[in-house]
Design a protein around this ligand. Structure first.
Ligand SMILES: Nc1nc2c(c(=O)[nH]1)N[C@H]1C(S)=C(S)[C@@H](COP(=O)(O)OP(=O)(O)OC[C@H]3O[C@@H](n4cnc5c(=O)[nH]c(N)nc54)[C@H](O)[C@@H]3O)O[C@H]1N2
Ligand SMILES: Nc1nc2c(c(=O)[nH]1)N[C@H]1C(S)=C(S)[C@@H](COP(=O)(O)OP(=O)(O)OC[C@H]3O[C@@H](n4cnc5c(=O)[nH]c(N)nc54)[C@H](O)[C@@H]3O)O[C@H]1N2
Ligand code: SF4
Ligand SMILES: [Mo]
Length: 724
């Protein structure tokens, strides 16, 4: 049988690399990078190339599973699963009200047009505000700040790589991650191009990363202290050397109040907190101020710290007052293939809403409550507590700090349903597991990332192969669940009406449900720069108009004027002064930071047969800190925080700053049904990172996951083993 080539694109990370699948006899036999792709130009990583192995992994869930009384999982039919889940949800809603149902949507759900719309739509159709999402362990600070400043959680100014003279990269490791809230395949290439044309790249990170090793200058920063550094930059830029603020005042409110917050934060005061010399801070600030196009980019290393919202706010404000926002070589705000901001407003992401958690009074950011609040919403003694939870494309027990607390809470649920490709750690106590398709088995369009592209481009992919076994696409799963759970048909908001509409349509014989592609065609017709028909004709996608400098401020800001001094952010600045002594003190403890690995992806790449993990799960430590603790290279160490403990082998390297211990996340799959991944061993770093509502950045609800103080010592035993 002839091999048919099918162009598609990877949706594991935000780079969205173009791929070519080779299909023979209905089977995907090979995946290769798409050398003719107009944006990724042949770039890809092993994870995208290993999609065929993901597709045919024998450990996948291929039909609905139900947990029997003895704890084992038994295959059942879709009809039985839907009827039983639906019956349970109907009874719980009747007895305990709408809030009794909740949902956690994980990171991969945001990489699928159908998933993000139909899952949120399902919960909204049930009338529950209890939506929790992985973005509160990832970038909630960015979503909160964008809502507060621009009036929309989906507005994110992104770097103009091709024209900037100075690129400062805080808390991101592009070589490994390809960055976040940004779509750039081969981001290292983009940074190297800045250097090649005489520009400057500075990475600021507690570790000399793979990126820092390959491009530009590197500054060690003490974990958790970037907001102090940014304060000092603002101080130098606007107070030490006052600049003309009139252009900013013309497009923003609160400009003077914003500048004033940095009054006391001189480089000299900030130096002992951050560990960066005052002269170095001053030089960097002046370089930022005078460059003809400069970018301050921050990502998860800062998001996950104690001051993520302040830091993102300072970066936006600094860009605005120095003329680097909406400007060539600075930050630009792409529009997307159609008006994404309008769509987001229609689904209710335009402003903060009235919903609050029962415990802690948390607000929703980008339509979701913080995951750190989930355990309490299940266990609280309140008539409206969560009793049924759907986890879709997520692994919160594993991916969030203090996951054991959540695991215990999940055991109190009347109903736990996991919608996933695997039986992951969070499904260890699930009553039902519903088999999802992988990305080769469904058509798609990257809607969540469509306005985050430095090179605007739109691509649609058909399914490379039809779903195998009894795997089902999420649009269908959530439409069927809405019907089974008795979601009322009337009263839907604009886009979240889909599962309800499909319920209505299912009553009339002969009518077809609304599929993701019908929806996409409508969205693109809604002021779009392309059409679905055009995308289908162009399998490598179509180029969209470039983002023009000067097209955002005063024109497309959803709030009208930028709000440069949101009251909650101004008030939170006092926390910087309060906590400064903690960072200056030498308490003998090390600060924990994370690390992503090129060949793994959060918690779900370790079972892939194509991807080798030769290094295993290793902690990194500076030799000076090792000497002080009598630790040698290759020893097993224990990392201790209170009564929590993790044991791992250690590698000594000058690349990690002194006072820092670096551990990747996503390891240890003993609790999952992932035989290959489990055999790799390792330990889950989130068992030593304290979780719960106290460990949350107070503005946005983002879980604090870096900079925790831990004790590190040589382990008594030789084998690497972890215990909570
Ligand atoms: N291969 C691979 N790629 C991925 C992922 C993956 O798991 N594997 N995950 C994807 C996901 S979900 C996301 S959100 C993105 C994230 O993409 P990035 O945000 O680029 O994430 P990391 O690569 O973890 O880089 C974070 C950096 O922050 C540093 N850091 C830690 N603490 C601090 C601090 O206090 N200050 C500063 N300045 N730096 C600090 C760390 O040392 C690390 O180098 O990556 C995506 N891409
Ligand atoms: N300590 C520490 N913890 C971290 C981080 C860190 O840097 N340090 N990073 C955090 C970040 S940035 C993130 S985004 C979170 C991620 O946290 P989560 O989103 O909670 O978890 P993942 O590990 O991404 O697990 C994703 C699950 O989705 C499943 N899946 C994949 N594709 C599909 C699909 O198409 N449909 C369905 N239904 N299921 C699918 C996978 O099998 C897997 O079980 O982890 C966070 N946790
Ligand atoms: S960098 Fe790798 S994981 Fe990310 S989109 Fe490209 S191929 Fe997929
Ligand atoms: Mo993430």
């Amino acid at each position: 049988m002839a091999v048919v080539e099918q162009r598609t694109f990877c949706r594991i990370c935000e780079a969205h690399c173009g791929l070519v699948a080779e299909v023979e006899d209905g089977q995907v036999v090979k995946m290769r990078p798409d050398r003719d792709h107009p944006v990724s130009r042949g770039y890809s990583c092993v994870k995208g190339l290993a999609l065929p192995e993901l597709h045919r992994d024998p450990d996948r869930v291929n039909q609905p599973l139900k947990r029997a009384a003895d704890g084992t999982l038994e295959p059942i039919s879709w009809e039985q699963a839907l009827a039983e889940i639906g019956g349970k949800v109907r009874a719980l809603r009747k007895q305990h009200g709408k809030r009794s149902v909740g949902m956690y949507t994980g990171n991969p759900s945001f990489f699928s047009l159908q998933h993000v719309l139909y899952s949120a739509g399902f919960l909204e159709a049930l009338g529950s505000p209890n939506l929790f999402a992985s973005h509160s362990v990832d970038a909630n600070n960015k979503f909160h700040v964008s809502t507060a400043m621009y009036g929309q959680s989906v507005v994110h100014p992104i770097p103009d790589f091709d024209r900037c003279e100075l690129f400062v990269c805080l808390g991101s490791n592009p070589v490994v991650s390809q960055m976040s809230i940004l779509c750039v395949p081969d981001s290292l290439g983009k940074l190297q191009a800045i250097e090649a044309r005489g520009g400057r790249v500075v990475t600021i990170d507690p570790r000399r990363t793979e990126t820092a090793a390959k491009v530009g200058e590197h500054l060690f920063v003490r974990p958790g202290t970037d907001a102090y550094l940014l304060m000092a930059i603002l101080h130098v830029v606007a107070i030490e050397n006052p600049i003309d603020l009139d252009p900013a005042r013309a497009v923003a409110d609160g400009v003077d109040e914003f500048v004033e917050v940095a009054r006391d934060w001189t480089p000299e005061r900030v130096a002992p907190i951050t560990g960066i010399d005052a002269a170095v801070i001053r030089e960097l600030a002046n370089a930022y101020r005078t460059a003809n196009g400069a970018v301050l980019y921050m990502s998860t290393g800062v998001n996950m710290g104690p001051f993520g919202s302040i830091a993102y706010w300072l970066i936006q404000g600094l860009a605005l007052i120095t003329g680097n926002l909406d400007a060539a070589g600075g930050l630009l705000v792409p529009r997307g293939p159609f008006d994404i901001v309008k769509l987001a407003a229609a689904v209710g992401l335009g402003s903060f809403d009235e919903h609050r958690t029962l415990v802690g009074d948390w607000h929703r950011v980008a339509g979701c409550f913080p995951v750190a609040a989930l355990a309490d919403e299940i266990t609280v003694d309140h008539p409206e507590r969560i009793r049924a939870l759907f986890i879709t494309a997520g692994n919160p027990v594993h991916s969030m700090p203090g996951g054991d607390r959540l695991r215990d809470a999940l055991r109190e649920l009347d109903l736990l349903v996991s919608i996933d490709m695997y039986v992951n750690e969070s499904a260890a106590d699930a009553h039902y597991i519903l088999p999802a398709t992988d990305m080769l088995e469904r058509s798609d369009f990257p809607i969540s990332h469509a306005n985050l592209q430095p090179t605007p481009h739109a691509q649609w992919t058909p399914a490379v192969v039809p779903p195998t076994h009894e795997r089902r696409e999420e649009w269908q799963i959530f439409s069927d669940l809405a019907r089974a759970c008795g979601a009322p048909v009337l009263g839907a908001s604009v886009c979240n009406a889909l599962p309800r509409l499909n319920r209505l349509l299912s009553w009339v014989p002969g009518l077809r449900p609304i599929t993701p592609n019908t929806l996409l065609a409508l969205l693109l017709r809604w002021g779009g720069d392309t059409t679905l028909a055009e995308l289908k004709k162009n399998p490598a996608g179509v180029m969209l108009p470039e983002t023009q400098p000067g097209s955002f401020l005063g024109k497309r800001v959803p709030a009208g004027n930028v709000r440069l001094a949101p009251s909650e952010l101004v008030a939170d600045v006092s926390r910087l002064a309060d906590r400064a002594p903690e960072f200056e003190a030498d308490d003998g403890k090390l600060r924990l930071i994370g690390r992503r690995e090129r060949k793994s992806h959060n918690s779900w790449m370790h079972n892939n047969r194509r991807i080798k993990q030769p290094e295993g799960n290793v902690a990194l430590l500076n030799p000076a800190d090792a000497r002080a603790r009598d630790i040698a290279d290759g020893d097993h160490i224990e990392i201790v925080a209170g009564d929590r403990r993790l044991e791992l082998p250690v590698k000594l390297t000058e690349d990690v700053g002194e006072g820092v211990i670096c551990v990747p996340h996503g390891w240890d799959h003993a609790a999952a049904r992932l035989p290959r991944a489990s055999a790799l061993g390792g330990g889950n770093v989130n068992t030593v990172i304290p979780g719960g509502p106290e460990q949350v950045e107070p503005i946005s609800g983002q879980a604090i996951m870096v900079s925790h103080a831990v004790d590190v010592r040589r382990a008594a035993r030789a084998d690497a083993k972890q215990s909570a």
